[in-house]
Design a protein around this ligand. Structure first.
Ligand code: SF4
Length: 146
């Protein structure tokens, strides 16, 4: 199966702080025979590495910690990720938890105080709305390893 994955899981240093989030479980998905399709919605949206941290606000906009509105870049990146998912026939995506692009079911609340709230990252939401099964690395389905 072609599985869309957050690029930072594969060691790509594309996070806002220039780090990666290498995840052995995701590497195991590859060993289990899946073809991993890496995407970083924020880089695909034209944002730099490193970049200011950003959080989704209660009104849906994405603002950086220094107050810049980066909603359009987040949206553009999400749309490109959906195109890539469709081009590759992906029906499953495994994305990084709590990110304002990739978070699945839980994101930071927009106050930059490390406070979580229920919600979805911009790209994760777009993929889920398009019918793709989206999960984070903390809720990987055991069936993917069979
Ligand atoms: S946008 Fe997603 S893929 Fe890119 S660094 Fe953040 S969590 Fe990783």
């Amino acid at each position: 199966m072609n599985i869309l994955v957050s690029h930072c899981f594969l060691g790509e240093p594309c996070r806002y702080d220039g780090a990666s989030r290498l995840d052995r479980q995701i590497i195991e998905l590859h060993r289990a025979g899946h073809n991993l399709i890496p995407v970083c919605p924020e880089v695909l949206g034209g944002l730099d590495v490193p970049r200011s941290p950003a959080e989704i606000q209660p009104d849906g906009r994405v603002l950086t910690q220094d107050g810049r509105d980066v909603t359009a870049a987040y949206q553009a990146g999400a749309e490109r990720v959906l195109e890539i998912a469709r081009e590759n026939g992906c029906t499953v995506a495994v994305l990084k938890s709590r990110s304002p692009s990739c978070g699945c079911g839980e994101v930071y609340d927009g106050t930059f105080t490390h406070t979580l709230k229920p919600g979805w990252g911009i790209a994760a939401r777009l993929l889920a709305d398009a019918g793709i099964e989206v999960m984070d690395e903390e809720h990987l389905q055991a069936s993917l390893f069979l």
